[in-house]
Design a protein around this ligand. Sequence first.
Ligand code: ATP
Ligand code: FE
Length: 335
Amino acid sequence: IFILGIESSCDDTAAAVLHNGKILSNVVATQDIHKKYGGVVPELASRAHQQNIVPVIHEALDQAGISKNDLSAVAFTRGPGLMGSLLVGTSFAKSLALGLGIPLLDVNHMQAHILAHFIEEEGYDKPQFPFLAMTISGGHTQIVKVSDYFAMEVIGQTLDDAVGEAFDKSAKILGLPYPGGPLVDKHAQLGNPKAFPFPKPKVGDLNFSFSGLKTSILYFIQKQLKEDPQFIEKNLNDICASIQHTIIGILMDKLKKAAKQTGINQIAIAGGVSANSGIRKTLKEAENKYRWKTFIPKFEYTTDNAAMIAIAGHFKYISGDYADLGVTAKARIKM
Ligand code: ATP
Ligand code: FE
């Protein structure tokens, strides 16, 4: 089975080819244009997808060493995401599937982040059902009970900002370029996580909140800058380490609660923020501490990629769950 995956939900144009669940190619064209605006500009993203999609798919087929006629099916991200961005991938996938006379497979981007754990990779175990997945990304923060490939129940989520936004907005306050998450991570590795304590929000159940944290970081920095205009430069590593430490604490508290409530001790993380070195390390340590079995995705399957879309498509293909050619992109879709 050869599946082509196409991802265009936000600002990365990506294509990947999977053979029986194994990666043959995984190509991502990141759009640098958004950097100078400090965030994703939807109209520019859509235009860049249109420019990138053909070369990216060619590259994915070339690297896989196959021709488009070898494909068994085409999988694409239907949503959630930016409408203008989704439309590019959706229209292209539809035309390609129609032209080749092969099945079309519609994929939910958030399910795909989780299903990335099922890509055949040496040295990586696959979770067994049921397991808990914490999706931590630029637009989502959820705890999901995964009972089967496409049987997923959200049991907790953020009530305001996503954790990726918390990283990016904190970075912005510190004057770091967009997307700031990876930079906060980089500086955090050199700093003291206990240097500046930030309060954790009080939110019930398995839900999260990150907007208060952003505000308290902003006030803290403004206050310090009044006393010392060089405060950020002098303390960047410690500030980043402290922010990251607080965020990890918030995530771990809810994860522990979820594991206890459900009695499930297989824990996976997924989404862009699962690239964070501090989160990866903390989760690994939790294996012994709480007797969990943890699943940490390979680095290239954390942020947006098309391999995860292709693996989700692979399972849909096997079960004959094909999309209709009338399928449309959807900016918001439930899990
Ligand atoms: P969603 O998947 O919710 O639709 P998205 O696709 O835009 O959102 P992803 O690509 O999954 O999001 O993740 C991007 C986010 O991950 C950004 O907020 C980015 O800052 C964050 N991120 C990436 N690497 C790291 C890191 N090492 N540490 C912290 N955050 C990170
Ligand atoms: Fe994503």
